[in-house]
Design a protein around this ligand. Structure first.
Ligand code: SF4
Length: 414
C-alpha cells in the first residue's frame, strides 16, 4: 500500500497539484471536525489547488429519511468552514449534488467494482454496527466508497488528505483507477490530444520534451524523467488534462484516463466526546460544536466525567485517564498542561477549578469563530454565492473529465 506523503512536506510541493476532500452535510461541525479535518484544510488551501466538497449525496446514504434537513445543514456547514478560516479566494467550495457527474461517474465505476471490495472496507461493518437506529442495509450505503472514488477522480486529484484509518478507502479508489485505466486506457483520441498539448508548448519546449522522452525511454534515466516532469509542470498555459496526458506520453503509459491519487497523511487526533468514553460524534450526542455559544461551554465542560478514581477533593488524580485533560492538551500550551498534570497528581487543584481553566481556554479559542459565524449568518446571499461560484467552477472541471471518460467507454455522442 502506498503510504503517501506527509502533510509536513508541504514546502517541497507545487501549488499546481490538486487536493480534493469533502465532508458529509449531516449537521453542525464540532471540535472533532475542526481538529481532525478543518485545521488541515486551512493549511492546505495555501499550498495546493484545493477543492472542498459539501457532500450532500453522501449525507443521503445515512440520512435519506430526513432529506428536509439537508439544505439547512449545507448552509450552516459553509458558515462553519468560513468562520474557522477557509477562504473562497484560496480554495473552491462546492456542492456535490449540483454536479451531476458525481452520480454519473459513480454509476460507471460501479460497473467494474467487485462486491467483495466494498464488503471488505473496514468502516462498512463498523458503521452498520454503530448506526443501528438507521436502516442503512442499502445499495447506496454499501456503494459509498464508489461514490467517494468518483468524487476524487472527477477532479483528477493528485492528493487526498486522509488519516491512517482512512487509508483503506483511498486504496480502494487507487485500485479502481488502475482497473479502469487498464480496461479503458486505450483512448482512441489519445495521440491527437497529446499532439495538441505538445503544440501548445511552442516549438522549442516541444522539442526539448520530445528529446527528454526519447532519452528516458532509451536509457531509463530517472533524471531525464524528472526534468521532463518539471518542464511540463512549468507550462502555465497547459490545462490539468494536457499535463496528465503529456506525463503519460513521456512515461510511455498512455493510459491516464483517471489519475491515481496519493494519500496526503494528515494528523487526525481522535477527540473524545463530552461523555468521556467515546469518540466525539453527532450520533452519540456528545459534541462540543465549533460555533458553540460561549455561555454553554462552561456548563458542558462542568458535566464531563473525570478520573473515576478521584472521588474526594483531597484524592490525587491521574490526568492520563481523565477526558478533561485531553481538552487541556488541545487548547493549552505544553507548559500549562505539564503544570495541570502535576497539580492534579498532587491534589493541588480540584476538578472544578481545572474544568474552569479549560472551559475558559475553549471560550477564548472559539470566540472569534463564534463571532464570525454570527456575522456570516446575517449575509445568506454571500454564503449562497460562495456555493454557486465554487459549484460552477467544479462543474467545468467535472464535465471536461466526464467527456474523456465517456469517450474511453464509447458511450454518448461526442
Ligand atoms: S484535576 Fe483536572 S485532570 Fe485531574 S482528574 Fe480533575 S479534571 Fe481531570
Amino acid at each position: 500500500m502506498n503510504k503517501g506523503k506527509n502533510i509536513h512536506m508541504l514546502d517541497t510541493l507545487k501549488a499546481t497539484q490538486r487536493v480534493v476532500s469533502g465532508q458529509r452535510t449531516t449537521g453542525a461541525c464540532h471540535i472533532g471536525h475542526y481538529f481532525g479535518v478543518l485545521k488541515n484544510w486551512i493549511e492546505l488551501q495555501h499550498h495546493y489547488e484545493c477543492w472542498f466538497m459539501l457532500a450532500d449525496l453522501h449525507a443521503l446514504t445515512t440520512h435519506y429519511q430526513e432529506p428536509w434537513t439537508l439544505k439547512e445543514h449545507v448552509f450552516e456547514q459553509v458558515i462553519d468552514w468560513l468562520s474557522c478560516g477557509l477562504d473562497p479566494k484560496s480554495c473552491q467550495i462546492f456542492l456535490q449534488s449540483e454536479i451531476q457527474e458525481h452520480a454519473e461517474l459513480a454509476s460507471l465505476l460501479g460497473m467494474i467494482t467487485p462486491l467483495s471490495w466494498l464488503e471488505r472496507v473496514p468502516t462498512y461493518k463498523e458503521q452498520l454496527h454503530q448506526l443501528q437506529d438507521r436502516e442503512i442495509h442499502t445499495y447506496g450505503f454499501l456503494g459509498y466508497p464508489v461514490l467517494m472514488s468518483a468524487d476524487i477522480c472527477l477532479y483528477r486529484a493528485n492528493f487526498v488528505p486522509v488519516g491512517e484509518d482512512q487509508l483503506p478507502h483511498l486504496e480502494l479508489t487507487r485500485e479502481l483507477v488502475r482497473k479502469f485505466n487498464h480496461l479503458f486506457g486505450t483512448n482512441p483520441q489519445y495521440q491527437s490530444i497529446v499532439n495538441e498539448a505538445l503544440d501548445k508548448m511552442g516549438r522549442h519546449q516541444k522539442k526539448t520534451l520530445l528529446d527528454l522522452k526519447k532519452t528516458y525511454q532509451e536509457t531509463g534515466s530517472k533524471d531525464q524523467l524528472e526534468t521532463a516532469k518539471t518542464l511540463i509542470s512549468s507550462q502555465a498555459h497547459l490545462s490539468h488534462h494536457d499535463r496528465e496526458y503529456l506525463l503519460g506520453f513521456v512515461e510511455g503509459a498512455g493510459r491516464m484516463i483517471l489519475v491515481e491519487p496519493q494519500a496526503l497523511l494528515t494528523p487526525t487526533p481522535k477527540i473524545c466526546g463530552l461523555d468521556g468514553n467515546r469518540k466525539m460524534s453527532k450520533s452519540y450526542g456528545n459534541v462540543l460544536n465549533l460555533r458553540e455559544n460561549p455561555k454553554e461551554i462552561p456548563f458542558k465542560i462542568k458535566n464531563m466525567p473525570t478520573d473515576p478514581a478521584r472521588i474526594r477533593r483531597t484524592d490525587p488524580g491521574e490526568p492520563t485517564v481523565c477526558p478533561v485533560f485531553t481538552y487541556h492538551a488541545l487548547y493549552r500550551s505544553k507548559e500549562d498542561c505539564a503544570d495541570i498534570a502535576q497539580q492534579c497528581r498532587t491534589a493541588a487543584i480540584g476538578c472544578v477549578d481545572c474544568k474552569n481553566l479549560v472551559a475558559q481556554a475553549i471560550i477564548d479559542f472559539h470566540a472569534p469563530i463564534y463571532e464570525k459565524g454570527l456575522s456570516l449568518k446575517n449575509h445568506p446571499s454571500y454564503i449562497y454565492d460562495v456555493i454557486r461560484q465554487g459549484s460552477k467552477a467544479a462543474k467545468e472541471v467535472a464535465a471536461e473529465q466526464m467527456k474523456m471518460i465517456k469517450e474511453s467507454l464509447c458511450i454518448g455522442f461526442n
